[in-house]
Structures are given as structure tokens and as C-alpha cells.
Ligand binder design. Structure first.
Ligand code: S3P
Length: 175
């Protein structure tokens, strides 16, 4: 029986906002991997990428995923690249139903340009191209990991949360 929900999906698909609202509606505790990684490392995500490279960041992400999957009754917002290491998905699957949030490349570009989170992988000359290329590479990883999928491109946070809750009710093995 799974008592947790893990949100996966590309940067800018709404994992944080949806995760917070979903946790309130389900009465479960909210966790977000990126701030946990920053706390543990004692530095920001851009600093980690700068000093330790993406590989260093992924090591910290594996450790944080391991920690957070010890929790029961949680809603976990993962970073966009959590699917890249199979060990993370294996650990998440044991405890959580995995909800995959999708958005179009256009919606992702708009959202990531507009929020104030710094994302090293999109700090490049052509972020639209980076988004398309990363999405193409990662799509099969997200699809393989997903138990439930919701397209968020045209939906507000409440509508996404309601869709997730409807699908969770139909999902056997979740309470
Ligand atoms: C990343 C996504 C970011 C953060 C880091 C790497 C990725 O999280 O973990 O910048 O590889 O997609 P969000 O998906 O919350 O932006």
C-alpha cells in the first residue's frame, strides 16, 4: 500500500505549486527535494552546479531522495532530473504513486522565464532550444516512471490538483 505521492516532470510543469496544494487537500506532509538538497549542501542549486557540476548535484539528489522516501504520508515534489537515475525511481516507487506533470515547451518556457527560481540547465543562450532537447531526451524516462499523467499546459493549480485526486481514487494500492 502506498501512502505517498511523488510529483515528477520537467522544470516549470508546476510540481511545487501543485504539490503544496495537493498535500493540503490530502492532509499529507509536503516535501520538496531541491530545498532539502540545498540545506544539506549548505549552498544553493546554482552554486552546487558551478562548484561540483551536474554530477555532484545528482549525487546529492540521490541522497535526498533516499532520505525523503523514508517518510510515510508525504507529497514529494521532485526536481525535473530525478528520473535520470533509476535508483531514485526504484526508491520512489516503493513508497509513492508517481504523478507525471506534462506541459508544452511553450508553457514551460513562459513559466520558467517568469518565476524567480534559478535553473542552471536553462541559463544558456537559447533556453527554448535547451527545453526542446532536454524534453526529447527525458520524455521516455518520465513515461517509464509514471503511474498517473496530467497535462498542465492549460490548467490552473486547482484543476490539476482535482484531476490528480480523481485519478488517485481510481488507483488501486493508494490510501
Ligand atoms: C533540474 C530541475 C530543477 C533542479 C535543478 C535541475 C533538472 O528542479 O533540480 O536545477 O535537471 O531538470 P525543478 O524541476 O523544480 O525546476
Amino acid at each position: 500500500m502506498n501512502t505517498s505521492v511523488a510529483l515528477i516532470g520537467f522544470m516549470g510543469t508546476g510540481k511545487t505549486a501543485v504539490g503544496k496544494a495537493l498535500s493540503e487537500k490530502l492532509g499529507k506532509e509536503f516535501f520538496e527535494l531541491d530545498p532539502l538538497i540545498e540545506q544539506k549542501a549548505g549552498k544553493t542549486i546554482p552554486e552546487i552546479f558551478n562548484q561540483d557540476g551536474e554530477i555532484g548535484f545528482r549525487e546529492l539528489e540521490i541522497a535526498a531522495t533516499k532520505e525523503v522516501t523514508k517518510k510515510k504520508n508525504a507529497v514529494i515534489a521532485c526536481g525535473g532530473g530525478v528520473v535520470l537515475n533509476k535508483i531514485n525511481i526504484d526508491r520512489l516507487k516503493k513508497e509513492a504513486v508517481i504523478v507525471y506533470l506534462i506541459a508544452s515547451p511553450g508553457a514551460i518556457l513562459k513559466r520558467t522565464l517568469n518565476d524567480d527560481e534559478e535553473r542552471p540547465l536553462l541559463k544558456v543562450a537559447d533556453p527554448a532550444l535547451a527545453i526542446r532537447e532536454l524534453l526529447r531526451f527525458r520524455k521516455p524516462f518520465y513515461e517509464r516512471a509514471a503511474d498517473i499523467t496530467v497535462n498542465t499546459s492549460k490548467l490552473d493549480v486547482d484543476s490539476v490538483v482535482n484531476q490528480i485526486i480523481t485519478k488517485l481514487r481510481e488507483y488501486e494500492g493508494f490510501r
